[in-house]
Design a protein around this ligand. Structure first.
Ligand SMILES: [Zn+2]
Length: 47
């Protein structure tokens, strides 16, 4: 499903830029994780 892949890539790009993919607020980096203080979205990176 190409649309899903594109959405995923866009999300990754936003995260790379430090922007929440949900609400577009600035992300906060914590130990091994990235979180959005605005909407509560978070992502923990492994390794
Ligand atoms: Zn957010």
């Amino acid at each position: 499903m190409p649309e899903e892949i594109m959405e995923n890539e866009g999300e990754k790009e936003l995260i790379k830029q430090g922007i929440c993919p949900v609400c577009k607020a600035k992300l906060r980096h914590t130990e091994g994780c990235i979180e959005c203080t605005n909407c509560g979205w978070s992502l923990c990176l492994e390794a």
